[in-house]
Design a protein around this ligand. Structure first.
Ligand code: FES
Length: 236
């Protein structure tokens, strides 16, 4: 009998994900399913691609085309901690490139490579949507703001030593597998984690200024009907 690659738990979760989609639209479950297989294997392996294809009635080529398009799906063994250094314009001007070079020297790896102990994968990242805290580094997509080469190498040293330094914002750190499970749509089960980490002052600056100026957004009624699209020319 062919050996089952994925656990019964993953198989049950796959069914739960697929059931979230309307009849006939199940192939839309592909993105969370890819995160799910990554949560078990730490990467999207050929077995993971085959599993997703089998669950959704797609070809492996179709699944592979999606898995290779998005950088969040890892096609090679990846460390417990994915360290992404923003080297896009603003972060780079403020030292993002220096941070990347320091970590690269310290770990002895380049972009998309993993340290010898298998704990840390380093990557360049495009804008991480936190320019108001530049230069930023994320670990498994949690933010460490206003970094310097010294602060970043200390962060990575602590990760390799088994610590989980608290991100600047957001909940406490998790591993890449744990984060992949959350991205598949399963809430962080650690006590109180979902509510952790308020937004930082720069993020809230616009709200504070609007309050000072007495400016508010119009109220929103969630029951407002969505108007139908206008009929196209010639449609009956
Ligand atoms: S340029 Fe780095 S977060 Fe935007």
């Amino acid at each position: 009998m062919e050996q089952q690659v994925f656990s019964d738990e993953t198989r049950a979760r796959a069914q739960e994900i697929i059931a979230r989609y309307p009849e006939g639209k199940q192939r839309s479950a592909l993105l969370p399913l890819l995160h799910l297989v990554q949560s078990e294997q730490g990467q999207v392996t050929p077995a993971g691609v085959a599993f997703c294809a089998e669950q959704l009635g797609l070809t492996k080529a179709e699944v592979g085309a999606v898995a290779t398009f998005y950088t969040m799906y890892k096609r090679r063994p990846t460390g417990d901690y994915l360290v992404s250094v923003c080297t896009n314009t603003l972060c780079d001007v403020l030292g993002g490139g220096d941070i990347f070079r320091r970590l690269s020297d310290y770990l002895g790896v380049g972009h998309d490579e993993t340290s010898e102990d298998g704990k840390v994968t380093l990557e360049h990242a495009e804008c991480l949507a936190a320019c108001d805290y530049a230069p930023v580094v994320t670990v498994n997509y949690d933010f460490y703001d206003n970094m310097t080469p010294d602060k970043a190498s200390d962060l990575v040293r602590r990760l390799r030593a088994g610590e989980r330094p608290m991100p600047t914002r957001g909940p406490r750190l998790c591993t890449l597998k744990e984060m992949s499970l959350q991205l598949a749509g399963f809430a962080d089960e650690r006590e109180g984690a979902v509510a952790e980490g308020p937004a930082g002052a720069p993020t809230l600056r616009g709200v504070a200024l609007a309050e000072q100026a007495g400016v508010g957004a119009p109220s929103y009624d969630s029951k407002t009907p969505i108007p139908a699209a206008p009929a196209k020319d010639g449609a009956k």
